[in-house]
Design a protein around this ligand. Structure first.
Ligand code: UD1
Length: 347
């Protein structure tokens, strides 16, 4: 039995963890312990995902919430280390680029517990993004690196990381495919009739877009201009909601709603004609649903979507014509990941 301690903390990680936790549970040679750091704690940012995605409850729950990046990451580091010492897993698995990811990778690597990084190799090359720092450091502390893209493998190579790097497709595609039956049954979200076109799904939560009045008001103005053509539906992330209140900014003609669950988001994407977002995950999910996307940032990690004409940065034009992005795989990434862990990590 290989004992894996997986770490989650923020919304996009619950979606990815749902796929792998199911695969670990279905196998007879893995024992997975799931640790939730507490980074996202609102019911609508956390619990709802565990319930609706039917994720077996975390085995370990920390209560690290809010605070500055240093304080949050430091507290997680200390508490995760204690859990690793107590549970002595054969490997520690982390997802993506959040503060929970970095804390897990640092704690485990210092205890010589191999780190498995899901979604390795992504780069925005913008070191002012906390996520960029988190992902670079996590990759360099990792023993086994799973990249969803070929460009991710190249990025790692450029930084001298070539050992135990595997392109396995995107685990979020596994999740989207599994969600379709439930998502298709949803016809209304918080009073919005999904059959009434033209809808545009929108999310904003990046620090670079919310942490100054200038940045957020520029985004609000831009989105309001899109309301000439679309009913722009924006489920508000707590960070963005607080920033709007603090700056006294109006959302104007944008339809704002409470954060929505995973299936509701898939349903909103399927019903929309366009997607506006600063989220990494949503850029890909737009593509999985065959929808064009405008990324509300000056760079993106998902460069293949730009090259394939499905995505554009808000300051640039689309590349045409649109082509398929083969490297995201066929929805079987979880199986590939488990097989590779079996071959690489010895208990
Ligand atoms: C984090 C991740 C980001 C990921 C995103 C998904 C980092 C550095 N960033 O950003 O990579 O894409 O999650 O949503 O880890 N808050 C609440 N309720 C909650 C969660 C957060 O009120 O349930 C508040 C926090 O207290 C904080 C703010 O929202 O004031 C931002 O939360 P935080 O966890 O710092 O980062 P995210 O913007 O969510």
């Amino acid at each position: 039995m290989l004992k894996i301690l997986s770490i989650v903390g923020a919304r996009p990680q619950f979606v990815k963890a749902s796929v792998l936790r199911r695969a670990f549970d279905a196998s007879d040679d893995f024992h997975e312990l799931l640790l939730h750091t507490g980074q996202h704690y609102d019911v609508k940012m956390s619990d709802i995902f565990f319930e609706e995605l039917d994720i077996r409850k975390p085995d370990i729950r920390l209560r690290v919430r809010g605070g500055s990046h240093g304080a949050m990451t430091g507290k997680m580091l200390e508490e995760i280390e204690a859990q690793l010492l107590e549970n002595r897993p054969d490997a520690c698995l982390v997802y993506g680029d959040t503060n929970s990811t970095l804390a897990g990778a640092l704690a485990a690597s210092k205890l010589h517990i191999p780190v498995i990084h899901i979604e390795a190799g992504l780069r925005s090359l913008n070191k002012r993004m906390p996520e960029e720092i988190n992902r670079v450091l996590t990759d360099h502390a990792s023993e086994l690196l799973f990249s969803p893209t070929v460009s991710g493998v190249t990025n790692l190579k450029n930084e001298g990381i070539t050992r135990n790097v595997f392109a396995v497709g995107d685990i979020m595609y596994d999740a989207t495919l599994a969600s379709l039956p439930k998502a298709r049954a949803i016809k209304e979200i918080q009073g919005i009739d999904l059959r009434k076109s033209p809808l545009a799904a929108c999310t904003i939560h990046r620090a670079e877009n919310t942490d100054t009045y200038e940045a957020l008001s520029k985004i609000m103005d831009w989105l309001n201009a899109q309301c000439d053509d679309y009913n722009v539906v924006l489920p508000l992330h707590p960070r963005t909601k607080n920033a709007l209140v603090d700056y006294g900014l109006s959302t104007g003609r944008i339809t704002t709603i409470e954060p929505i669950g995973y299936y509701e988001m898939q349903a909103l994407l399927a019903a929309s004609e366009m997607v506006f977002t600063d989220s990494g995950g949503l850029q890909k999910e737009a593509y999985f649903h065959g929808k064009p996307c405008v990324t509300l940032r000056d760079e993106t990690e998902w460069v293949e979507l730009i090259e394939a004409g499905w995505n554009r940065l808000w300051s640039k034009n689309y590349v045409t014509p649109r082509t398929a992005v083969e490297e995201y795989g066929n929805g079987q990434s979880a199986a590939l990941i488990l097989d590779t862990i079996r071959k690489t990590i010895t208990g």
